[in-house]
Design a protein around this ligand. Structure first.
Ligand code: LLP
Length: 398
């Protein structure tokens, strides 16, 4: 019997009624929270491209395409997703340091908004295919400004030791090449990292933009994504509106007249989704008290990959335990909760902030099948991803 004394509601649906209908673990999205985020972004009037890599669920992409309409992609499969949800004019930015020839060809043929080029070799490939097919394409150059985003080392992308972008010291030569090749050069692109919670790296970035803007003025400056979300209850990061208001003020201060582009990912869905799971086992020895959940690094890899914190909550009845693990056969399949809390066998457990970089990074490790995604949608439950089917030969033997 699953126990919970907590009656948590998502858009008037109690989580109790969810576990009685679906197998656990399960991703549960909150439609209201999603709409709130979409309209918050739209209200800023900043030219925003949704970074599909953070969550590519088709139902959610359709929602985005109704309100934001522009997408930042890093693969041919992501372009395919956009074509699937939106047959009209495609506003796509193609980012990424390892574009394939077919990805370059498709981008040229679709006449996307921009390819953000990251190396000299990539530039030559684009030039070759544009010439071959007598087409031109909008280009932005992604620059590596050697700025620390002051977030997590593994999600920092704008430092000199990162693989991303063209070293800022090579910019003059690069601009010369672009000029000779006669591309539609439209802007500079920077994405210095993810989960940025301080404005100081962005201030440094604007000082650099001031210098390079003298070499060549551009129509667009793309500062990428990176706006942080709250994973912790007591470490609240900078508010969305204040963050972008400060950036708009910087643009005014420097008298820039380019149009700002942002490529947000995590902010869209990060805090709109929980995983509902349950405790499968408790285990005590002399040193450790352990709880083993039925959700692990195959469904949510962020804790083991980056030591990321996701708030975990249960009904607070039972044994005081700090060490919470998943069921996967790896010692690193562990959650990083800060305090111990009371937990017991079969308790329901909620893992918060699972809407971005969770399902998209999930795997079939240990041959586990991907789990259901549901959305609580106008007081109803809608399945937006069906649990993968398991070719069940075992039943013949039970
Ligand atoms: N633009 C570019 C070029 C990017 O590489 C990314 C994310 C974004 C935009 C969106 O950034 P966001 O607004 O989501 O921070 N798996 C990691 C995050 C990796 C971010 C990769 N690039 C995590 O779970 O924290």
């Amino acid at each position: 019997m699953i126990e919970t004394n907590k009656n948590i509601y998502i858009n008037n649906i109690s989580i109790k009624s969810i576990f009685s209908k679906f197998s656990l673990p399960i991703y549960i999205y909150d439609y209201k929270k999603i709409l709130k985020n979409l309209y918050l972004i739209k209200k800023t009037k900043i030219f925003c491209f949704y970074s599909i890599k953070s969550n590519n669920n088709k139902f959610l992409l359709k929602l985005v395409s109704k309100i934001i309409k522009n997408f930042d992609v890093v693969s041919i499969e992501e372009i395919n997703n956009i074509i699937y949800i939106n047959k009209k004019k495609k506003y796509i930015i193609f980012s990424g340091s390892g574009k394939t020839i077919s990805e370059i060809l498709i981008s040229i043929n679709l006449n996307i908004f921009s390819i953000n080029v990251e190396s000299v070799q990539e530039l030559f490939k684009i030039f070759f295919f544009c010439n071959k097919y007598k087409k031109n394409i909008n280009l932005m150059i992604r620059l590596n400004p050697n700025i620390d985003s002051l977030s997590h080392d593994k999600i920092t992308t704008g430092k000199i030791n990162n693989k991303f972008g063209i070293n800022i010291s090579n910019i003059k030569h690069f601009l010369l090449l672009i000029n000779i090749m006669n591309f539609n050069f439209i802007g500079y692109d920077f994405h210095i990292g993810s989960q940025i919670s301080k404005l100081s790296p962005i201030k440094k970035l604007f000082k650099i933009i001031k210098i390079i803007n003298k070499y060549k003025k551009v129509n667009f400056v793309d500062i990428g994504g990176g706006k942080s979300i709250n994973y912790y209850e007591n470490k609240i990061c900078i508010n969305f509106n204040n963050y972008y208001l400060s950036i708009i003020k910087m643009i005014k201060k420097y008298n820039f007249n380019f149009k700002l582009i942002i490529e947000l990912g995590r902010f869209f869905f990060g805090n709109t989704c929980i995983i509902l799971s349950k405790v499968n086992y408790l285990k005590f020895n002399k040193i450790l008290k352990i709880a083993i959940l039925n959700v692990g690094m195959n469904d949510i890899i962020r804790p083991s990959l980056y030591n990321s914190y996701h708030k975990i909550e249960s009904n607070n009845i039972g044994y005081k335990i700090k060490n919470i693990f998943g069921p996967i056969c790896e010692s690193s399949d562990k959650y990083n909760n800060i305090n111990s809390f009371k937990i017991n066998n079969n308790n329901l457990v909620i893992i918060y902030s699972c809407g971005s970089y969770c399902k998209v990074m999930s795997s079939n490790y240990n041959s586990k099948k991907k789990i259901f995604d549901i959305i609580i949608y106008k007081n109803k439950i809608k399945i937006i991803f069906k649990k993968e089917k398991f070719n069940n030969l075992i039943n013949n033997y039970v």
